[in-house]
Write a protein that binds this ligand. Structure first.
Ligand code: FE2
Ligand code: FE2
Length: 165
C-alpha cells in the first residue's frame, strides 16, 4: 500500500463521520456541538500531520505558493472557534462551515494533490523503464494542471514557481 492509498483510505473513513456530524448538528445543543468539534479535531489532526510530513515534501517544489494559513491550519483554527463558541447557533454555523471547508479540501487533495503525488512517484520509479517517456508526459500534464489550477497548501519551503522549471 502506498501513502496515497493510505490517505485515501482515511478520507473514506472520515466521510461517514462528516455525514453523521452534519446530521446530528442540526438539532444539537452547544455542549454536543463542542464534543463533535473535539472529535473531528482529534481525527483530522493526525491525518493532516501525516500529509504534512509525507505528502507535502513530495509536491511542495511544484505547487505555487500563496500567502496566509494553510488549509490544515484554517480547519484547525475553525474547530478551535467551535470550542470557544458561546451559543449553539454560533457553534453550529462554525462547525458546519468547517465541515464544508474540509470536504472542499479533501476534494482538492483527491482530484489534484494525490493525483500529482502518484504521478510524481510513477515518474520517479519508472525513469529507467521503457515506460519512462509516457510516465514523464503524464507527470508534466499533471504538473501543469496543478500549477495552473490550485495549490494544496501554503508551504514553509519558500520555493517559487520558477523552482518547478
Ligand atoms: Fe489535508
Ligand atoms: Fe487529506
Amino acid at each position: 500500500m502506498t501513502i496515497i492509498e493510505a490517505l485515501l483510505g482515511e478520507h473514506g473513513a472520515l466521510y461517514p463521520l462528516f455525514d453523521r456530524i452534519e446530521a446530528l448538528a442540526q438539532k444539537a445543543e452547544l455542549p454536543e456541538l463542542k464534543l463533535h468539534a473535539a472529535l473531528l479535531e482529534s481525527t483530522l489532526i493526525s491525518h493532516a500531520d501525516l500529509e504534512d510530513a509525507l505528502l507535502r515534501p513530495e509536491i511542495q517544489p511544484y505547487v505555487p505558493l500563496t500567502p496566509g494559513p494553510t488549509d490544515h491550519e484554517q480547519i484547525r483554527a475553525g474547530l478551535k472557534r467551535v470550542g470557544a463558541a458561546v451559543s449553539g447557533d454560533e457553534a453550529r454555523r462554525c462547525l458546519l462551515g468547517i465541515l464544508a471547508q474540509t470536504r472542499a479540501h479533501f476534494w482538492k487533495e483527491e482530484s489534484i494533490a494525490f493525483v500529482f503525488a502518484r504521478r510524481r512517484c510513477l515518474w520517479s520509479c519508472s525513469r529507467n523503464s521503457p515506460r519512462n517517456r509516457r510516465a514523464s508526459g503524464e507527470y508534466r500534464l499533471v504538473e501543469a494542471a496543478v500549477c495552473g489550477a490550485t495549490r494544496m497548501d501554503r508551504s514553509a519551503g519558500d520555493r517559487n514557481e520558477g523552482d518547478a522549471q
